[in-house]
Write a protein that binds this ligand. Structure first.
Ligand code: GDP
Length: 194
């Protein structure tokens, strides 16, 4: 795939606005501030395909972009405490409507900050992905912030912290150093080739 040719398509704040699915889709999911925008920009070699914000919780839309036959969905970051109940409900509605829809979602990249145990919201998402049999890969973010020893400790702990960990593909990534990007790109390329 020519990673430089990704094109931004559109943003939607309501599930009902999203046009029908006519191609395979890969979604990116994670709590606010996990590093989702940074990771997306790194995969696609773009500075601001996804907006990296110093204000967590700003992205309240599903943003779509397209590369060749694959459409990517950047889901709104969840778990940001300082928003109103109604805004939280809107986010939850957007995410769950999207994931529950009959769209052809071939993979979800579920992001988890490698430095910390998964949050309650992360675990709820992971449980949902397992229960709904949605294929997913966990991208562990911000690996550059850990020493070699801390990284080993976190990798061992995650095996206990994440349900069915032994059956889940986990990729260690850093948007800072580019670690893991080739692996994420190969996963996408394989799906695009099917
Ligand atoms: P989002 O809310 O999930 O989209 O997170 P962002 O991509 O906006 O990142 C949140 C903060 O974490 C920003 O200050 C980023 O610069 C920082 N960040 C994101 N990814 C990494 C990473 O891999 N390494 C380091 N050191 N910082 C990161």
């Amino acid at each position: 795939m020519n990673w430089n040719q990704v094109e931004f398509e559109a943003s939607y704040g309501l599930f009902s606005q999203i046009p029908p699915c006519e191609t395979i889709e890969i979604a990116f999911s994670g709590r606010s501030n996990v590093g989702k925008s940074s990771l997306i920009n790194k995969i696609f070699n773009r500075k601001s395909l996804a907006r990296v914000s110093s204000m967590p919780g700003k992205t309240t839309t599903i943003n779509f972009f397209r590369l060749e036959k694959v459409r990517f969905a950047d889901l709104p970051g969840y778990g940001y405490a300082k928003v109103s109940r109604s805004e939280k409900d809107r986010w939850a509605g957007l995410i769950s409507n999207y994931l529950h829809s009959d769209r052809e979602i071939v993979l979800v990249f579920q992001l988890v900050d490698m430095r910390h145990p998964p949050t309650k919201d992360d675990l709820q998402m992971i449980d949902y992905l397992i229960d709904s049999e949605t294929p997913f890969v966990i991208a562990l973010t911000k690996a550059d912030k850990l020493s070699k020893k801390q990284r080993e400790e976190r990798l061992a702990a995650l095996q206990q912290e994440i349900p069915c960990a032994e059956q889940i593909t986990m990729v260690v990534t850093s948007a800072e150093t580019g670690e893991g990007m080739d692996e994420l790109r190969s996963i996408i390329e394989e799906l695009a080739a099917e």
